[in-house]
Design a protein around this ligand. Structure first.
Ligand code: FRU
Length: 505
């Protein structure tokens, strides 16, 4: 309607929406999905429980726990709904664990399949923590009579418990958000049923409106040593707009988390990686996290064929000493080795110059694509006129759509620009993002995975992450790589097709 002050939020793609379904990332077959919940390795299989609204509108509401199972974190098989909405409330975010020793006394005895879920029941005016157990390996859960809620502080802003066993103090620890007052509460328990308040952290770092989905995990430092990391998601109010996650590095003595003076760091510089959860049941050297590729600003309005919501790929987590002398979280996508099939290697000259772009690299439209690239910075000048060399990766198609990822040598910044994709527009679906890489780099290393409506970009061997949802109206089937000013000496250029891991027809 011309002259209407109301802008449509979604352009219906002429091409249909089938190309937006990821082939590698987990997404629900139908309905709406947000946070990962209860990520658990039970010794044999991985469980991915998730916030799920099964309705046909694919928007948030009447939340229960969806469930999928995989042996490898990729080939997910759908399982029945694990925890339902009841008269006591929706089943909001939480965690799963194995009560090996039967500390709760709720199982017949010790056992490797004693799966417990602890989560928030949410109803108008009240959020409290509940416990359910499974007798069939994590498929179905029941709330034992007379024990719930296991933690209630008469609050409407108390959610997202994450529980793990802290061996040095010999007890279970729960981290849980006092969302609106920007505090993370720590509780201890010997039986998972009775919880004793230990300490609180915050308000600290970026506050936003709510703190959500805390995780506390001990991670290996590259080169030796370990440190604790407290991850806190905030919504809305992240610097990129809307939802975002920050982390603090520090010490945890079984009672209190004390942050190092380095302050907060952003876990992801993109707009769409939220509510990251660490998988329970893995040793520290295999610590793995999965996030929700979404942002509350627009996640319920993105183009949909009856489903919405995508998880990140599993990322191995660690710490690295960074250029500021602090510790940065390192994220490496796990398990891609087995899925890579090289796309015919382009005949590249080792040096890119402005008038000789690498154009028309054909991309498969029916598969996820990975690009791995290393280039030498010394040949990309930092120009005196404030404009340095830039290297640009442009994923496009015949309709003139472009997804641009680039590096600016003058400012050491990496950028993404999804503004020339035509499948979705929304006042908050901001188009460009940028992140500064540490200043004293000689080489830039990038890994990019494009899969349906998702883009995961990792730089400098996992030290920086920028995750974004992307909505091309038609598949992106062409890649061009070029430099603007300067020269880029390529050390590596690898384009891979990634095998689909979809288990559904
Ligand atoms: C985070 C969150 C949680 C809450 C859940 C509800 O995205 O808002 O705080 O438990 O989603 O689905």
């Amino acid at each position: 309607m011309s002259g209407s002050p109301i802008r449509p939020t979604t352009h219906v793609a002429r091409h249909g929406l089938g190309h937006l379904r990821p082939k590698l990332h987990f997404s629900p077959s139908a309905g709406f999905m947000n946070d990962p919940n209860g990520l658990l390795h039970d010794g044999e299989r991985y469980h991915l429980y998730y916030q799920f609204a099964p309705g046909p509108l694919a928007v948030h509401g009447h939340i229960c726990w969806g469930h999928a199972l995989a042996e490898d974190l990729y080939h997910w098989h759908d399982a029945p709904t694990a925890i339902r909405e009841t008269a006591d409330g929706q089943a909001f975010s939480g965690c799963a664990l194995i009560d090996h020793r039967n500390d709760s006394g709720l199982f017949a005895g010790p056992g490797p399949q004693n799966i417990v879920a602890i989560y928030t029941r949410h109803r108008e005016g009240r959020q409290n923590q509940w416990l359910a157990i499974s007798h069939d390996g994590g498929l179905d859960f029941e709330e034992p009579a007379g024990i719930n809620p296991v933690l209630d502080i008469d609050s409407d802003s108390f959610r997202d418990p994450k529980v793990f066993f802290h061996a040095p103090s010999g007890r279970w620890i729960m981290v849980v958000a006092l969302a609106r007052t920007h505090r993370i509460a720590f509780y201890g328990s010997s039986d998972l049923l009775h919880w004793q308040a230990l300490s609180e952290f915050g308000p600290e770092g970026m506050l936003g409106i709510d703190y959500e989905c805390p995780n506390l995990v001990e991670l290996d430092i590259e080169g030796g040593g370990r440190r604790w990391v407290l991850i806190i998601s905030i919504n809305p109010g992240a610097p990129q707009g809307g939802s975002g996650s920050q982390y603090f590095v520090g010490d945890f003595d079984g009672e209190r988390f004390v942050p190092d003076p380095q302050g907060l760091r952003l876990l992801d510089a993109g707009k769409d990686n939220y509510a990251i959860q660490v998988v329970e049941g893995l040793p520290t050297e295999q610590a793995t996290g999965i996030g929700w590729l979404g942002n509350w600003q627009y996640c319920q309005e993105v183009p949909s064929e009856g489903w919405r919501g995508v998880m990140t790929l599993p990322r191995r987590l660690g710490l690295r000493r960074d250029w500021m002398g602090g510790l940065s979280l390192i994220q490496h996508v796990r398990g891609l080795e087995a899925l890579r099939a090289p796309i015919a290697r382009p005949g590249i000259d080792a040096t890119l110059v402005p008038d000789q772009p690498l154009t028309d690299l054909a991309l498969p439209v029916d598969a996820a694509v990975e690009l791995r690239l290393r280039f030498d910075l010394e040949s990309l000048p930092t120009a005196p006129a404030g404009r340095g060399g830039r290297l640009v990766l442009c994923f496009g198609n015949a309709q003139g759509e472009r997804l641009e990822i680039g590096y600016d040598a003058a400012s050491h910044q990496l950028w993404t620009d999804r503004g020339e994709l035509q499948g979705f527009s929304h006042p908050f679906f901001s188009q460009r993002g940028a992140i500064a890489l540490g200043p004293d780099r000689r080489e830039v290393q990038l890994q990019l995975i494009i899969d349906g409506c998702s883009l995961e970009l990792l730089a400098q061997d996992g030290e920086y992450s920028m995750s974004s949802m992307i909505y091309p109206a038609a598949p992106l089937d062409r890649l061009a790589i070029y430099v603007e000013a300067g020269q880029a000496r390529l050390g590596q250029l690898e384009l891979n097709r990634l095998q689909s891991t979809l288990t559904r027809a």
